[in-house]
Write a protein that binds this ligand. Structure first.
Ligand code: B12
Length: 225
């Protein structure tokens, strides 16, 4: 049976076969696939690894290897076609909140944002509320994304939202939280939106940067409460 290159890339990723993944990325790009298509396949492969980890079939080291391969794919895609930002759009400030060093989900979401034309200011991990404020003030960003993978992140998320308020920029920014979050968490921290899915987050951010703060409830919004 002849298998499509898409399936091959996902399967190679699932097996954590780094060399084969990179070779298939090259093959896909040479065959005319877009960076987003390749990224999507890499994401599917990554998710399969995550599923195997959750099922106990893979260890933490395997998950970290998957993150390493994913980073390699991103570098390759950036070299192939540097992500072009859509001119005139406000940047998105993004970071993992204070006390948290988990970055895989953040990096994945940022990669999709950049490939969809958004300019993202990546503040990294363990980002203090003050650094978020400084980045928003200096860039004029209207959207702030906070990632947090631990329950201990809810305090720092709340403090970040409060700091934006204290600095007088809360009314001009929309705050989206992601990671280990829910509607209850959103209400607790005072954010505008929450999501546990990077593509949903990208879609929302695109709508937000294209619309003024006053209309900050896009049609595809899943804000509730
Ligand atoms: C990998 C991992 C690590 C790695 C992180 C490596 C790295 N560079 O990021 C290492 C080994 C360093 C680590 C450390 C720790 N970890 Co850890 N870790 C994980 C693990 C296994 C996977 C997380 C992950 O990357 N998933 C894959 C990504 C793709 O998924 P994701 O992050 O959820 O992101 C998706 C979405 O949430 C979304 N997303 C993420 N952020 C955002 C933001 C926005 C705005 C949007 C729209 C979307 C979005 O996009 C992604 C795709 O859709 C989880 C368990 C799990 N199964 O989730 C534990 C887990 C998160 N870790 C946990 C803990 C406790 C720790 C440690 C405290 C352990 C310790 N005792 O030292 C330390 C934390 C130290 C610290 N100060 O941060 C706990 C948290 C428990 C809790 N409820 O609070 C978990 C849940 C494990 C567990 N079951 O106990 N960890």
């Amino acid at each position: 049976m002849v298998q499509s290159p898409d399936y091959l890339l996902v399967a190679a990723f699932e097996r954590l076969d780094e060399e084969r993944v990179f070779a298939l990325v090259e093959r896909g790009l040479d065959a005319g696939l877009s960076s987003s298509d390749v990224l999507d396949q890499a994401r599917e492969g990554f998710e399969r690894v995550g599923g195997l980890y959750q099922a106990g079939a893979y260890f933490l080291a395997d998950l970290l290897m998957a993150a390493h391969i994913f980073k390699g794919v991103l570098h390759r895609l950036m070299d192939h076609a540097p992500a072009e930002t859509t001119p005139g759009l406000s940047p998105v400030v993004f970071g993992t909140v204070q006390g948290d060093i988990h970055e895989i989900g953040k990096n994945l979401t940022i990669a999709f944002m950049r490939f969809s034309g958004l300019e993202v200011i990546d503040l990294g991990q363990d980002v203090s509320p003050q650094r978020f404020v400084e980045a928003v003030v200096s860039s004029g960003a209207r959207v702030v994304c906070l990632s947090g993978l631990m329950t201990s992140c809810y305090g720092p998320m709340r403090r970040t939202v409060a700091a934006l308020g204290k600095a007088g920029v809360r009314t001009t920014t929309t705050v989206l939280i992601g990671g280990l979050v829910s509607e209850t968490v959103r209400r607790h921290v005072g954010a505008d939106f929450w999501s546990t899915d990077c593509l949903q987050g990208v879609e929302l951010c695109r709508e937000l940067v294209c619309s003024p703060r006053e209309d900050a409830v896009p049609e595809t919004s899943w804000r509730s409460g």
